[in-house]
Design a protein around this ligand. Structure first.
Ligand SMILES: Cc1cc2nc3c(=O)[nH]c(=O)nc-3n(C[C@H](O)[C@H](O)[C@H](O)COP(=O)(O)OP(=O)(O)OC[C@H]3O[C@@H](n4cnc5c(N)ncnc54)[C@H](O)[C@@H]3O)c2cc1C
Ligand code: FES
Length: 270
């Protein structure tokens, strides 16, 4: 297992699942596949164009430990992600990782977990929903997963896959599907009950989610997004403000790529 090195993987599948949103499945050789992948961890995908030096951080949306395949779901934003859309089955792609720290599965087992995914924040929560269900079954515990997914318009993606693991509530900015508003509006409108929250999405949403967790007095984990260069903790380009002093830096910050991207909401100032 070489988890923090650059590896060449083969593209198994590359398909557009909604306008500008792509699902990319990458194949490891059995000998080089990671032993474990924690939902919320990510990889750095290198563009082939040498002018784009930095790996693009993309969360793990799915991990099949039998097939040794990694699924990434990304939105086309700029040159790097646009280039990824040209990948075809059989192509090789260089990937750094598995990187970062994911969600605390042990703390979520046996609980009524609310997953809040804003836009392209939803993909890592799909692997999390799967793994929470698996852990509950293994432990013989009665936990549950409710997913609230927010989209801009009726161009939904992954929502049917989430429904394999529990109820799904949709919110759209334009009101064309589900609740008119954001994921927090949907939680309030549907009067959802839960005792832990895991969220991934844009920063204004995460601030609202942190406030919601404080209001309800429940544990909450947030996946933060910062611009990244090295992706492995060296350049300090991705720090977030923390409530406690960091063991590495001795100041109130943490590297999102290394200590995160998933943090306990109580530990970060956002
Ligand atoms: C931990 C983490 C997980 C992520 N997971 C996903 C995911 O699952 N799906 C998805 O669609 N997007 C995800 N992103 C955002 C994704 O990394 C950017 O959209 C992508 O890097 C844009 O690259 P680009 O070349 O297309 O855009 P450009 O704007 O041309 O990129 C220029 C540079 O800025 C960096 N950059 C641009 N936007 C971001 C951003 N939002 N976050 C970090 N770096 C950025 C790029 O990596 C590149 O180095 C994640 C970001 C982080 C930090
Ligand atoms: S990206 Fe370099 S330290 Fe996080």
């Amino acid at each position: 297992m070489r988890v923090k090195t650059k590896q060449r993987l083969q593209v198994r599948e590359s398909i557009e699942i909604a306008q500008g949103v792509w699902s990319l499945v990458l194949q490891y050789d059995a000998g080089s596949a990671p032993d474990t992948v924690v939902p919320g961890q990510f990889v750095g995908v290198y563009p082939r164009d040498g002018a784009r030096l930095l790996p693009r951080p993309i969360s793990i949306c799915g991990w099949d430990e039998k097939d040794h395949t990694l699924r990434l779901v990304y939105r086309v934003v700029g040159g790097g992600t646009r280039e990824f859309t040209t990948l075809a089955p059989g192509d090789a792609v260089d990937v750094l990782g598995i990187l970062g720290n994911g969600y605390d599965l042990a703390a979520l087992t046996g609980r009524r977990v609310l997953l809040l995914g804003g836009g392209i924040g939803a993909p890592p929560l799909l692997e999390l929903a799967k793994r929470i269900q698996l852990e509950n079954r293994k432990a013989g515990r009665d936990g549950s997963v409710t997913s609230v997914l927010g989209y801009r318009t009726n161009e939904l993606f992954l929502s049917e896959e989430f429904s394999q693991y529990g109820p799904v509530v949709i919110a759209t900015d334009d009101g064309t599907v589900g609740v008119h508003g954001n994921v927090i509006d949907a939680v309030r409108e549907k009067n959802l009950s839960f005792d832990a929250i895991c969220a991934c999405g844009p920063m204004p949403m995460l601030r609202g989610v942190k406030a919601l967790s404080e209001e309800r007095g429940v544990s909450c984990w947030l996946s933060l997004e910062e611009r990244m260069a090295c992706g492995v903790g060296v350049c300090l380009g991705c720090v977030a403000k923390t409530t406690k002093k960091n063991a590495h830096s001795k100041v109130n910050n943490a590297r999102v790529c290394t200590e995160g991207p998933v943090f306990n909401a109580a530990d970060v100032e956002i």
